[in-house]
Design a protein around this ligand. Structure first.
Ligand SMILES: CC(C)(COP(=O)(O)OP(=O)(O)OC[C@H]1O[C@@H](n2cnc3c(N)ncnc32)[C@H](O)[C@@H]1OP(=O)(O)O)[C@@H](O)C(=O)NCCC(=O)NCCS
Length: 197
């Protein structure tokens, strides 16, 4: 999925220099440390709890299988964010990619999430995906703001869809972006290349 974008890349954020690079098995311990520091509420949008070593190991297997591409945001050698594109070429939605993103509490509000969402979106575009989806608990305002800014629109609200460690349920909102349709519209308006990487 990553052959058309090259890494590492560096960006300047309010938290300093951030490196974006692809995640591999060598990052297992660093990503586990990152995940275990996140508030568990911030992991509710994920299908599995990535702060558990077994889940992380399965995630890396999926990266090696090619079903998942994950980008790490690294600051001074420490993982401070992760943006992921998940797809299933053997399902009825081979053209759809799901984006998942999380940033460590220490660097929130410094623009890392914005840059990571753009880079992850670009990666999904470069992979030729036609539609993208993203989901989060409804209180993740920063995430909703970021993805709406990229052109995502609300498509579904799933009530009481996830249950937290205290047994409380939360609603999930799903946003979608029909990239192929936007690209076709831009071409119709004479703007070819406007949504290319
Ligand atoms: C979503 C997330 C990755 C954003 O990371 P971040 O590094 O803090 O993002 P940024 O610093 O780039 O800020 C993003 C934008 O959201 C805005 N924002 C931040 N908190 C907000 C809030 N409570 N309400 C509304 N907007 C908010 C910021 O103002 C910023 O917009 P601006 O650049 O126009 O000012 C982070 O909040 C997170 O990890 N959340 C938990 C995981 C999650 O739910 N992910 C969503 C699933 S994809």
């Amino acid at each position: 999925m990553n052959e058309t974008r090259s890494y590492p890349r560096h960006i300047r954020s309010d938290a300093g220099d951030i490196e974006f690079r692809l995640m591999s098995r060598a990052d297992e311990a660093a990503v586990l440390a990152f995940a275990q520091k996140l508030p568990s509420h911030d992991l509710l949008f994920l299908p599995r709890n990535i702060s558990q070593p077994k889940v992380l190991s399965a995630w890396i297997n999926e990266i090696e299988r090619g079903a998942i591409t994950s980008l790490l945001a690294v600051k001074d050698g420490e993982v401070v964010g992760c943006g992921t594109v998940v797809r299933d070429p053997h399902s009825w939605s081979p053209h759809v990619g799901e984006i998942r993103m999380v940033v460590s509490l220490d660097v929130r509000g410094a623009g890392v999430g914005r840059a990571l969402s753009q880079e992850t979106f670009a990666l999904a575009l470069a992979a030729g995906l036609e539609k993208m989806s993203v989901q989060m608990t409804v209180d993740q305002q920063a995430a909703i703001t970021l993805f709406e800014g990229l052109g995502f629109k609300a498509e579904a609200l799933l009530r009481d869809h996830v249950r937290d460690v205290d047994g409380k349920t939360h609603d999930i909102v799903m946003l979608g972006h029909n990239v192929a349709q936007v690209r076709a519209q831009m071409e119709a308006y004479g703007l070819p290349g406007a949504v290319q990487h």
